[in-house]
Every structure is written in structure tokens, then in C-alpha cells.
Design a protein around this ligand. Structure first.
Ligand code: F0G
Length: 525
């Protein structure tokens, strides 16, 4: 049966064309548990699940019942500017899973990018208020100095070649104002190389992949600075280098000395504990430990982006708690994806109570955020993960462990094709090599990173298995540069041993095809 699609005409023509070239242009009309169903009758095992959303599988019956019950009772969805008890219950629950003694205020939103946006905006406000306070203090010092010298007729020796008091004061005033404005014009957010935080204006600034950022630089004045995974101490240098430096006069004897006050322009540091879109890259434990020390030393607010790693994907509600980062009480934690149980769109920005700006709840709102329906489903989703002594969370680690070790075995069997297998919980990446010693076809696809998509295409076409590579594979690559070819394996916690075996069998078949340079078989369908 040929089904006519109108995605090309009315939504995303180019993506449609690329998907179609790869035979990935399926129309999924039903989703249940670990499966997606196409309009031409295929049952597909889903190892992608919304890039980490469906930890509970698709359309979990308990969540559907919760949603139905809420709707049957005519749940109040649109009741903005009221005391929203279900959101408060969800916020309380999210707090209960944090054991650092802090109270977090939770700002709800509708997507991952929005929850990062809220964290950045809050961090900006807090930092801006601090810079402004300091600027105003410096201005007062300068004024007091001027009036004292002027009123009391003190004879002073000005620094450098300055000899006019009014000019001296005006110069310093102007210089300090410039410094103050330099923060407003380019506040800095630091992140880790390879990170992904979303595609709206502010998160885009700290999304490392240039293909996404290029051409959009002017949309926001935020400046970003990235730190290598193995050089976390660079964060210290950045905080020091990217700073506003205010000058103020101090009278020592009859001489005027210029003193400085330095305030960093780095308003926050954002990171994932295991990078998803960036190529399933766990941040080394040693780096996390150093970052925790830098956090303590510099008091730079940390935004821990748990949008993909949180809510079960790595076997716990907050993945940072199982790392050296647990030594800190992060200022911000962002959640989304699995928080909605795969059924509702919800994002959450947890903001540490002691830094929470009381105006933020009024300044930063959204029409659809904080609705009771999403909150109820999210509460149920969290309860499902935690029920029976966290049975599902434990299963994430068990099934994840099996997947990882089986894929590692494959890597040992096909070292020329699989460069690396890595990940934690049910967030696993298989990186393919650039295939230098293969046929020209495999060399080219390996180099461009397209090979992973061809593998995905084969698995879907012949084995009804859905795996995907990062979406940038669909964009034009940088000529002359190797692009990472990686498959993301992110099934639900309910994935069975048989389904894992099906993946391994199918994957082995593709590896044999590549091994024997049999490109025809890979693209023939
Ligand atoms: N932060 C992280 C760590 C993410 O993985 C994503 C999305 C976002 C923020 C943005 O969330 O899409 O709801 O606005 N990651 C998807 C991925 C797109 O492919 O990993 P969003």
C-alpha cells in the first residue's frame, strides 16, 4: 500500500527528501511499549524513543489512565495566575529526590530548550543585579572622592598625566560605565565542548556544534566559551579573563591611587554529565571532580542539564548524584524529556532557593506552563520509575549493562568498523570508524558521518529496528574534516533480552556487510 504523505508540502521539505533518500521517511501512526507502528503495517522496535524521552516506553497504560482520569474529571488546564497545586506537588516531589539540604523553586515550561532558557535568564538576572550593585558602589566611591577633594579643597596628585580633577572623574565615570555595559552587551556563559542544550536563542549559544549555531550568532548577545573535557581548569582562566574591571580612586596621603574591582562576565557554567547529541560522551569522573572543586572555589553558578540524562535514563532521577558532582549543591538543574513520561510536554528548571529571584515567577511565565494535566502525568511517571523499590530504575542499569557489554564484544570483533562503544544506563553510543581501508564508498560515507544513517536505514528496512544518529549528520559537513559517525542506542527500560538480541543480530549483519565491502547490499533497498 502506498500512502500519500504531505510532510514535504507543508512541513519540512528538505528533511523529508533526506529521510526519503535514506528510506527513513516512515509515518508512525501508533506507538505502544517498545514499539512504533507505521502506516504501511510495520512493527518497529524503538531504540531511539524521542532521543531519550521514552524511558517508560510509548503510551504507558498507567499514564494513559492518569490522563484519562484527569480529563474525565475535567482537569483545569488553563488556570494561569492561580495557586497551582499539581505543579506544586510535582515540584515537591522533584525536591524530595535531592538530598543536599537545599530547597529548590521549580519553574515549569514546555520543552527542554525552554527550561535551559529559564536557567540562563535567571542566572543573567542574578549576575546582572550583582554587577549593577558593584557598579553603583564604585560610582558612589568616585562621587564621594570628587566631592571630598572639591569641597575640602584638598590638593591631590592625580595619577598618570591627569591634571584636571573634573576630566579625571569624567574619564573614570565613562570607563566604568563602559565596563558595566560590557556585561550587558556580552554576558558570558561557559559550557563543555560537545554539549547540546537546545535550539532557541540562549541555549543555542552553548550548543557546541557549529552547524547549529552558524548564521544565528546575532540573535543573542550572549557570548559562549567552551572548555575541553580534559582541561576543566580552563574554566578558571575564562572566569578570570572574561571580566569587567572597574577603576576607583583611593587617596593615600596626598596621592590618588587607582584601585580595581574585577567581576567576571561569566554568569554560569552549563553541562550534561553525559553528552547526548554531542555523541554520547560521558564526562570523565576526574573532570567532574575538578569541576566540583572549581564550583566551590569560584562560586560560579552551575546549570546541570539533566534533560536527557535525568528522570531514569541513567538509572536515577538526577544523574549528577552518582558522580563527583554530588559534592556540590547545583544552583540550577534542568529536566524535560522523560519527565513527561513520553506523553506530555513539560520542562522544569530547578533553582536553588537561596539564589532564587523573587520576581522571576512573575517575569518568566508561559501560557501553557504549569498546567495540572502535565503535572499529574509527570508525577505518575516519576512514581512509576520509583515504584517497587525503584525496580525500573534498576532495570535501566541491568539492561543497559547487557547492551553495553554485548556491543563492546561486537567492537572487539569488528575493531576496524567500530571505533568505540560508550555510555551509561540506557544511553549508549556506537561510534563507527572513518573506514579508511574500505572501498571508496565506505571511505566517503565513513568520513562524512553518513555511514551511521545508512546503518540505521538498513536496520529499519530489513529488521524493523529504529536507531538513529545525531541530526547534524543530515547537514552539510565541513569539507576536509572527519565527522563523527555515531549511532545512539536509547531504548526504554522495558526493553527485553529478546529485543536486545534482535538488535545485536541485525547489527552483526550490517557489520558483516561493511566488513566485506559489500556496499551494494547496504544501499540496494
Ligand atoms: N538539553 C539536552 C541535554 C538535550 O539533549 C536536549 C535535546 C535539549 C536540552 C533541548 O530539549 O529538544 O526539548 O528543546 N536533545 C535532543 C537530542 C534534541 O537529540 O538529544 P528540547
Amino acid at each position: 500500500m502506498t500512502v500519500q504523505h504531505n510532510y514535504n508540502d507543508f512541513c519540512k521539505p528538505k528533511l523529508n527528501k533526506l529521510l526519503s533518500a535514506l528510506k527513513l521517511d516512515k509515518n508512525y501512526i501508533k506507538a505502544e511499549g517498545n514499539y512504533l507502528f507505521t502506516d504501511d503495517g510495520k512493527e518497529v522496535i524503538d531504540f531511539v524513543g524521542g532521543f531519550g524521552v521514552s524511558i517508560l516506553g510509548h503510551n504507558h497504560p498507567t499514564l494513559i489512565n492518569e490522563m484519562k482520569a484527569a480529563l474525565d474529571n475535567r482537569v483545569a488546564i488553563n488556570s494561569q495566575c492561580s495557586v497551582r497545586s499539581e505543579s506544586a506537588n510535582l515540584a515537591q516531589l522533584l525536591n524530595e529526590y535531592i538530598d543536599n539540604g537545599q530547597n529548590y523553586k521549580v519553574n515549569f515550561s514546555n520543552s527542554g530548550a525552554e527550561s535551559v532558557e529559564a536557567a540562563i535568564k535567571h542566572a543573567y538576572k542574578v549576575h546582572f543585579d550583582k554587577v549593577r550593585r558593584e557598579y553603583e558602589r564604585i560610582t558612589r566611591i568616585l562621587n564621594d572622592f570628587y566631592y571630598k577633594v572639591e569641597r575640602e579643597g584638598i590638593d591631590v596628585e592625580l595619577p598618570g598625566d591627569e591634571n584636571d580633577l573634573i576630566d579625571f572623574r569624567n574619564d573614570l565615570d565613562e570607563y566604568n560605565l563602559n565596563q558595566f555595559e560590557s556585561f550587558q552587551k556580552s554576558p558570558v556563559i561557559a559550557g563543555l565542548k560537545g554539549s547540546y542544550h537546545g535550539k532557541t536563542c540562549s541555549p543555542l549559544k552553548v550548543t557546541f556544534n557549529k552547524s547549529y549555531r552558524e548564521g544565528f550568532e546575532g540573535l543573542s548577545s550572549i557570548q559562549s566559551a567552551f572548555v575541553d573535557h580534559d582541561k576543566p581548569e580552563r574554566l578558571k582562566e575564562l572566569v578570570n579573563e572574561m571580566a569587567c574591571v572597574f577603576y576607583y580612586p583611593v587617596l593615600v596621603g596626598g596621592k590618588v591611587e587607582i584601585h580595581t574591582l574585577k567581576i567576571t562576565r561569566v554568569m554560569a557554567f552549563i553541562m550534561e554529565t553525559l553528552q547526548g547529541e554531542g555523541g554520547i560522551k560521558p564526562v570523565p569522573e576526574e573532570t567532574l571532580s575538578q569541576l566540583a572543586s572549581i564550583h566551590d572555589e569560584l562560586k560560579i553558578p552551575f546549570i546541570i542539564d539533566e534533560i536527557q540524562t535525568g528522570c531514569g535514563r541513567l538509572g536515577s532521577i538526577y544523574s549528577y548524584q552518582n558522580t563527583a558532582l554530588n559534592a556540590i549543591a547545583p544552583e540550577y538543574i534542568t529536566l524535560s524529556k522523560s519527565l513527561g513520561g513520553g506523553l506530555v510536554k513539560i520542562g522544569a528548571t530547578l533553582i536553588r532557593g537561596d539564589i532564587y529571584d523573587q520576581d522571576f515567577g512573575i517575569l518568566h511565565t508561559s501560557t501553557f506552563a504549569e498546567d495540572d494535566l502535565s503535572a499529574r502525568v509527570a508525577i505518575k511517571a516519576l512514581e512509576l520509575l520509583k515504584e517497587n523499590d525503584s525496580e525500573l530504575l534498576k532495570r535501566v542499569n541491568v539492561q543497559g549493562g547487557k547492551l553495553l557489554s554485548s556491543l563492546e564484544t561486537l567492537q572487539k570483533r569488528y575493531p576496524e568498523i567500530i571505533k568505540n562503544v560508550r555510555g551509561k544506563g540506557l544511553m549508549i553510543g556506537v561510534e563507527l570508524t572513518p573506514l579508511r581501508s574500505r572501498s571508496p564508498f565506505f571511505r566517503a560515507t565513513g568520513k562524512q558521518g553518513v555511514l551511521s544513517m545508512l546503518v540505521a536505514s538498513y536496520l529499519l528496512e530489513y529488521h524493523n529496528i529504529r536507531l538513529l544518529a545525531p541530526l547534524t549528520t543530515m547537514l552539510k559537513g565541513n569539507p576536509g574534516k572527519n565527522r563523527m559517525s555515531i549511532l545512539r542506542v536509547q531504548p526504554p527500560a522495558t526493553i527485553t533480552d529478546e529485543e536486545i538480541d534482535a538488535l545485536l543480530t541485525a547489527f552483526t549483519e550490517v557489520l558483516d556487510i561493511i566488513q566485506s565491502n559489500n556496499e551494494y547490499l547496504l544501499v540496494a533497498h
